[in-house]
Write a protein that binds this ligand. Structure first.
Ligand code: FUB
Length: 327
């Protein structure tokens, strides 16, 4: 083949791939390649962001990647937004990032080391960056929380901003969930009026992966149930009038579908700003896989009924339609 023919062939392939990409109508599930779990989805400016756990053996979980998109279809990978070279006290099992923007800075809360007792080093830490894609550096030089309280393993932190501007950290593994009041600069915790710091809000069947949001003035609390390494992992929820509950379990909204995937859980929600459009971002295990770490990040629509109850999510291979942000 001549050089001219070769160039023509390359050009044709390029044009065809551009056409395929722009014709792509839905995101597809999983959203991107690789084993990624516990995804935290959010919006910064005119981009969607997803911060997942890198799902590998604990000793290899020494960094985190993030992903961003302008339309939910095409995702860009931001490699190693943080790694343990920037967090001296962390050496494995960097898990379940939670991100919040405050006063122009981005705070990434994460767990590290999978501590099994108060004698071990590790727990929940905070990192900070000037941009959502990092690089993040250790904010405190030590964990924010490194002990068990009310039986809760210090993992799976979620940061929630209440209507009055107060930030709370809701966290906990080992079937216990606490809510703590964060200091304004995220360097520690404020006690409640009664002098206590760790308030337990564990609902029935709670295991880990808490998430909270407000809709129509009500506090929705969601969490994961079952074992994350197995097929029956799932997400349930409750609704209350306050972030402290009481949270009466309403039912399951996300779970495996024998036609699609198993182990669907540890999720977060993305609300399109100024709308009532919601997406659920979660991990699941492809039907071809049984290894506990083979978890992939997916996204589907989440809807409410007229009473404000969450409709059970249909997990799909198609994912979600193109949705740009107006900012
Ligand atoms: O990815 C590590 C752990 O698996 C998370 O902390 C749990 O919530 C479970 O998803």
């Amino acid at each position: 083949m001549t050089t001219r023919n070769n160039t023509l062939l390359v050009l044709l392939t390029l044009i065809l791939s551009v056409q395929v990409l722009s014709a792509q109508k839905t995101s597809g599930n999983p959203l991107f390649d690789g084993w990624y779990a516990d995804p935290e989805g959010t919006v910064f400016g005119n981009r969607y962001f997803i911060y997942p756990t890198y799902s590998d053996v604990y000793e290899n979980q020494v960094f985190m990647d993030a992903f961003s998109s302008r339309n939910l279809i095409k995702w860009k990978k931001h490699e190693r937004i943080i790694d343990t070279t920037a967090v001296k006290w962390a050496h494995k099992a960097m898990w379940a990032p939670a991100i919040i923007e405050k006063d122009g800075r981005y705070f990434l809360f994460f767990a590290a080391n999978d501590i099994q007792s108060d004698e071990e080093a590790g727990g929940i830490g905070v990192a900070v960056a000037d941009r959502p894609e990092g690089p993040f550096r250790d904010y405190l030089g030590k964990p924010l929380l490194d002990k068990f309280h009310n039986g809760a393993q210090p993992i799976d932190q979620f940061v929630f901003k209440d209507k009055d501007g107060q930030y709370y950290m809701i966290y906990g593994g080992w079937r216990h969930c606490n809510i703590v009041k964060l200091k304004d600069d995220f360097t520690g915790f404020e006690p409640y009026e009664d002098g206590t710091i760790f308030r337990e809000i564990t609902p029935d069947e709670y295991v880990e992966g808490p998430f909270m949001f407000i809709r129509d003035g009500k506090y929705y609390f969601m969490w994961s149930e079952g074992g994350w390494g197995g097929p029956h992992y799932k997400v349930a929820y409750a609704i209350a009038d306050s972030p402290f509950g009481p949270f009466e379990r309403i039912g399951v909204v996300l779970q495996q579908d024998p036609e699609v995937a198993t182990g669907a859980g540890h999720h977060s929600l993305i609300q399109v700003p100024d709308t009532d459009e919601w997406y659920i971002v979660y991990h699941r295990r492809p039907l071809s896989e049984t290894h506990h770490n083979h978890r992939a990040t997916c996204m589907d629509k989440l809807e409410f009924d007229e009473q404000g109850l969450i409709k059970p999510v249909k997990i799909t291979f198609e994912g979600v339609e193109k949705r740009k942000l107006k900012r």
